[in-house]
Design a protein around this ligand. Structure first.
Ligand SMILES: [Zn+2]
Ligand SMILES: [Zn+2]
Length: 268
């Protein structure tokens, strides 16, 4: 069970932890961060569909507005936006959307997706007010949350995001020593692990724009984070294989490593 947040502390509800394709009971990328002051959706992949579950909807009760941060415009991070008119009808939305130099395209990319013939209702005609707020490299606020961002190397670009000292979200990025500086001392680092080390040896990880397990374990140790959460799983990765990767990474990193369970809340 996941109770709605009551106190001041930050809580994290993973809604989707897969990259690319929803498989094996896992949705594509989306995470809800909440405090008593507000809530922020990190990415909007198919995980947004979990807002149909009453215990997830509870997290949105009493909100004035839902803040949404997109790291980039790949479909596994944005397609769930189109679910929101159906699942959050009355709730005003503010979408923080990356712009150059973080990403090659800016928020206008959404007008090419949320429009006929792909979707019948443009953002401007959604049942709730929708505000599009572009962001670049400067720190900014999303509701009650102070955010810092950095540009990551990934096809078309992507943003790494830091919320105070509580959380760093680094997905859709090659392994990058600068991520360790950015994540220094954070309580929880969510980092993508798209590739196993064997896969990375076969397909050049730099070419795919993604990271492999061993290097991510080393990065988390160097960054001195409290915990490492593994996200953006390969869709063909079985749960047992994820557990093997997690165990090997925990031994290598010397800190707690988690495979986040979708729908199960974490205290930050
Ligand atoms: Zn992705
Ligand atoms: Zn991507």
């Amino acid at each position: 069970m996941t109770a709605a947040p009551r106190a001041d502390r930050l809580r994290l509800l993973p809604l989707g932890t897969n990259g690319y394709i929803p498989t094996a009971g896992r949705q594509t990328m989306s995470f809800l961060v909440a405090s008593a002051q507000g809530a922020l959706l990190l990415d909007a992949g198919t995980g947004v569909a979990r807002l149909a579950q009453p215990e997830v909807r509870e997290w949105l009760e009493g909100l004035e507005r839902l803040e949404i941060l997109l790291t980039h415009y790949h479909l596994d991070h944005v397609i769930g936006l189109s679910f929101l008119p159906g699942l959050a009808r009355q709730l005003p939305l503010r979408i923080h959307a990356p712009a150059p130099p973080i990403t090659e395209f800016g928020p206008e990319a959404l007008d090419r997706l949320i429009t006929p013939p792909f979707f019948p209702i443009e953002l401007a005609r959604w049942p709730m007010p929708v505000e599009l707020s572009p962001y670049g490299l400067e720190p900014f606020r999303a509701g009650p949350f102070e955010l810092r961002v950095r540009a990551q190397r990934h096809p078309g670009g992507s943003a790494g995001v830091r919320i105070g000292d509580a959380l760093v979200y680094a997905t859709d990025t090659v392994l990058d020593p600068a991520t360790a500086d950015f994540a220094r001392g954070a309580g929880l680092l969510l980092h993508e692990v798209w590739l196993s080390d064997e896969e990375a040896a076969r397909d050049d990880a730099g070419r795919t724009g993604h990271s492999a397990a061993g290097g991510v374990a080393d990065l988390a140790r160097q960054a001195g984070v409290g915990r490492l959460g593994l996200v953006h799983h390969h869709p063909l990765r079985a749960a047992a294989e994820l557990e093997t990767i997690r165990r090997e990474m925990a031994a290598r990193a010397g800190l707690p490593v988690l495979v986040l369970e979708e729908g199960a809340a974490l205290e930050l």
